[in-house]
Structures are given as C-alpha cells and as structure tokens.
Design a protein around this ligand. Sequence first.
Ligand code: TRP
Length: 329
Amino acid sequence: MTRVFSGIKPTGPVQLGNLLGALRHWVADQDDADTIFCVVDLHALTVPQDPSELRTRTLELAQLLLAIGIDPERSTLFVQSHVPEHAELSWILECTAAFGELRRMTQFKDKSTDAEFVSAGLFTYPALMAADILLYDTDRVPVGDDQRQHLELARDLAMRFNHRYGNTFVVPEAAIAKVGARVMDLQHPTRKMSKSEDSPQGTILVLDDLATVAKKIRRAVTDTDTDVRFDIVEKPGVSNLLSILSACTGESPEALAGNYARYGDLKTACAEAVVETLRPVQERFAEYNADPAGTAAILARGAARAREIAGPVLSRARTNLGLLETGPT
Ligand code: TRP
C-alpha cells in the first residue's frame, strides 16, 4: 500500500484555508493509503516559542486533527519529539546536505531576511523535514506549493545518500495539493488566507466562535459592481466566497454563481455553509479537549507505532554509513 506522510507545525491557529486545502486531503488519503501524520513540534523551535504555549498548541493541534477526521485506527498520528529518530536522522542528513543548497532555500531567505534572531535550526530546517519523510519509507507527501522546494531537497538527499552508501531510503514523490480549495483573505482577496495575525477580520480560524465566523463572512470585501460571477481576476472577493462555498458544498463555483442574484444572498449562503462545516469539527474538538489524557494515550500509541517503522530505517542508515554497532555490555 502507498505510504503517505505529512506534517504540520504547532505554531499559530489553524484557519479555514488549511482545513479546506491541505488537511482535507489528509483525511481523504486515509481511504486508500497507509497514512502517517505528525505534529512537528521540533520544527516550531526554529523560532523562539513560549514553552507553555508550545505545549498547549501541540496538544490542541493533535486534538484538532482528530476532530477533523484523522482516525487513529487508520492513521498513525504522533508528535515529532516523541520519536527521537527524527532528530538523529536529521543530523545525518545535515551532513548529507550541502551548505549551498540549504542557503538557496527560498523559505530560509524569506524568514531570515528581516528577523532579529536567525537560529541555525532555521537554516537546517529542511534536513529535519527530509528526516521526517525518509524515516517512514514514504511514497507520497501531500504538501502545499510552498513546500515544493523542501520536498525536492528531500528527494535529492535520499538519492545522494543512496548513491554514496547504498540503497537506504525510498525516494518520495510530492503531491502538491490539487486545485480546488483556494481560500483567500476575506479583506484582501488577492492574497492567501493565512494564519498570520495581521488580518484577523480576513481570516477564519477553525476554532473561531460561530457567530464571529458568520460576521467575518458578512463583512467580507466584495467588488464594485453587483453581479455574482466566478471571475478571479475581475471579481476576487466574490470569487473567493464562491470558492469557499464550493469547497463546503462540493458544487462548482461557476454553477453556484448562478444561484445568487445579490452579494448579500451569497454571503448568507457562504456563512451558513462554513458554520455548518465547522460546527461538527468544533464539537469533536471540545470532546477531545475535555479529555487530555485520552489524547495523550492516542499520541503515545501513535509514537510507538511510528518508532516501529522509523527504528529499522534509521538502523539501516547507521549501518550503511559505517557507524559502529553497539556491542553487548
Ligand atoms: N515544513 C512543513 C510546513 O511548513 C511542515 C513539515 C515538517 C512537513 N515536516 C514535514 C510537511 C514533512 C510534510 C512532510 O508546512
């Protein structure tokens, strides 16, 4: 069976764009692949984190993944730092990667340019990400377009290691999210909805209270004329509402456009659809959130399962590299 691996960082709240984009594919992948999903807390450490916030966010992100339908019976769901093989393979891959190729990573350039503190971990981030992927003999990695370059690097590192030390790693394929759920900021509909805090009115958080969700949609920026049609260039605001409604209902945005004569009606329908999409997620989240011990047990089982796969892969890498095996004491 195809092995799928993906990861998500416990930084900032999950927003509607994540849910209707990447995360929805994770849930669907469970039907026909062996799926492994990881809350990548070590990646969060590349920028300074408040310890108690990091802990809460890690647990709550796992609970949210469970709430959206990641099923611990069908998927391996775990926290990266619970599986020490990640940090160990990361070092090995840092020694496989060239300084120059890490320096060319556009995400590093973007995130380091105006930062007052640039950790060495921010620079080696892609080696840790490659370790995440390669530890599980991963065939396919569903990620957003912004991770394409990191994934390409993971492939290069796998091939280089295999070439130098003999066949060790499966070379993964990227699965860049298919078009469809393109969710833009409600106030600035030409830019992606993101979890960044600078546009709270334009961003719908999956855990926003539902009255707030409806209000944000009713106040979304539309366009100057009044007809409802799907035209991303001329009518970005209206088209965004149609895209969101489409992602929630499964109907095409072009067909949906025909159902509404006025912006107000479209907004009402969109608000209702989003609220009804989020309601069951929030209810399930509340159940998991009320039972942290239950979540911890799910994550402990996930980590144990993950180690069963990661351990032998790491051993293979150690042996092929020529690291001395530990002998009996
Ligand atoms: N870098 C990814 C992001 O920012 C998160 C991530 C870490 C990841 N490890 C991964 C994604 C492994 C896919 C596979 O979105």
